[in-house]
Design a binder for this molecule. Structure first.
Ligand code: C2O
Ligand code: CU
Ligand code: CU
Length: 477
């Protein structure tokens, strides 16, 4: 089947607590899509790889005229793409050249917390650096790195501190999929920004406690991008890197595309779609096939009726093999009967957002669960005021599996592993949670202003085989 629905609660999208802001067409010339360069290791020593990631300030040509003052990781905005391989150990030298404290959060990596994970307990002060080491134990996926200083995450991400992290493994390498970074395997980081006097961002002026939206789409730090297609198939690693905005994606000509991956794995079987809605922090890998097009044709990716990227078709040789009909097998552990179902309630709007009736507190552990045991979590969104809004629920440090939505089957593209799941107003989403690593981890709504506003809690994952350890939790940054 080809699915022709966004699946989510479109009413909630349209109303969005009455504050939805549509995108408008930018007054800027067509510009080649920025392809973030790959970060090169400082050193490789067998299975040990050394990287330096520097948070820095710079200026980016986003609009004609003045450059915009922006922040990035090893770049003026967003960053270089970090590549990991399953089974290797990474030694990360994390440097802060910004005028304020920041952190380096590896969103989607199954690495210990809270220090390696890089949330608010792992600050790096201006002019300082931090070294962390972790091993990549998870399958091929698209993850990302973003700043996570509480409660300044939203501001710092808006300034540009977000970049893609790609995990490779042998299973992925053996699949007949596009594999050439920047040619037929592309990051597509979707963001939106407002431009103020002199082409500058002004986060404080735009502030909205329900999440800041911009009226201009900025894709991979490019306004009005186009991409020259030289292969029949293109694999797009979509990352919704926006503070608040969801995107309702579709192509011109109602072109059918194939979703092959979710946040943290391939889908067991590819899913054919005409429409795809993506909420904050989610990733979707899709393959677009241009077989029906001629050199000189263009295909546009839209969100609603706003163009995001124009694909300009050039001469290409036909792709050989068909896409595989099976991509992976998900063998998620079964829930441990001794563990109760953990309830999580996301409630409120604006300043009143909470998890389980509480606001986030850095030095409070809200829940404890064992490592190496699977537990069901039942996530509810009770915010149905003014039509409500969708809350994308995210957990650090694990890959979860979506079991049901209001007792029904999950959506057809939800059979892979995820770290973020969008919960509609009034909905119960049940997930299976299993941690392979110990530590203190956050879970929260990934509308970043909600997270900064306290719709966030902390989980301690205990290794039953190790003595209980005390974590040094900061109470401010
Ligand atoms: Cu994208 Cu708390 O994370
Ligand atoms: Cu995260
Ligand atoms: Cu939220």
């Amino acid at each position: 089947p080809v699915f022709d629905s966004y699946f989510y609660d479109e009413q909630a999208f349209n109303l969005h607590d009455t504050a939805y802001k549509p995108l408008k067409q930018a007054q800027a010339p067509a510009t080649p899509l920025n392809i973030p360069p790959l970060l090169t290791p400082d050193k490789v020593d067998g299975d040990d790889v050394y990287y330096t990631v520097t948070a820095q300030a710079g200026a980016t040509q986003l609009l004609p005229g003045e450059k915009t003052k922006t922040w990035g990781f090893n770049a003026s905005m967003l960053g270089k793409t970090v590549v990991f391989e399953r089974g290797k150990t990474y030694h990360m030298h994390l440097v802060n050249h910004l005028p304020e404290v920041t952190t380096f959060h590896w969103h989607g990596l199954e690495i210990p917390g809270p220090i390696e994970d890089g949330g608010c307990h792992a600050p790096v002060y201006p002019g300082e650096a931090r070294d962390v080491t972790f091993k990549i134990i998870q399958p091929a996926a698209t993850a990302w790195l973003h700043a996570h200083p509480c409660p300044e995450t939203a501001y710092q991400v808006w300034q540009g501190l977000a970049t893609m992290a790609i995990i490779h493994d042998q299973e992925e390498a053996s699949l007949p999929l596009p594999h050439t970074y920047g040619v037929d395997d592309l990051p597509l980081i979707l963001q939106d920004r407002n431009f103020h006097a002199g082409n500058q961002f002004d986060y404080r002026a735009d502030y909205d406690p329900d999440g800041v939206q911009g009226d201009t789409a900025v894709i991979n730090a490019t306004v009005n991008p186009y991409f020259d297609v030289t292969t029949q198939r293109l694999r797009l690693r979509i990352l919704n890197g926006s503070n608040r905005r969801e995107y309702r994606l579709h192509f011109s000509d109602d072109l059918t595309f194939t979703q092959i991956g979710s946040d943290l794995s391939f889908l067991p079987h590819p899913v054919k779609l005409k429409k795809l809605m993506t909420t904050c922090a989610e990733r979707q890998e899709i393959v677009v096939d241009f077989a029906g097009y001629q050199p000189g044709d263009t295909v546009t990716l839209y969100s609603d009726d706003s163009p995001l990227v124009e694909f300009r078709i050039h001469e290409f040789t036909p792709a050989g093999e068909e896409l595989p009909t099976t991509l992976t097998k998900i063998d998620y552990p079964t829930p441990d009967p001794s563990l109760p179902v953990k309830q999580v309630v996301m409630s409120g709007m604006d300043e009143t957002v909470m998890i389980d009736g509480k606001k986030f507190q850095m030095d409070r552990i809200d829940y404890t669960m064992p490592m190496g045991k699977c537990q069901l979590w039942d996530i509810t969104n009770t915010n149905d005021m003014n039509g409500g809004m969708i809350h994308p629920f995210h957990m650090h440090g694990c890959a979860f599996e979506i079991v049901s939505r209001n007792g029904q089957e999950p959506y057809p593209f939800e059979h892979g592993l995820n770290d973020t799941v969008a919960v509609n107003p009034g909905e119960h989403v049940i997930i299976k949670v299993y941690f392979q690593v110990p530590g203190v981890f956050m879970y929260h709504c990934h509308i970043i202003e909600h997270e900064d506003g306290g719709m966030m809690a902390q989980l301690k994952v205990v290794d039953p085989a190790a003595p209980d350890r005390e974590y040094h939790l900061l109470n401010h940054m």
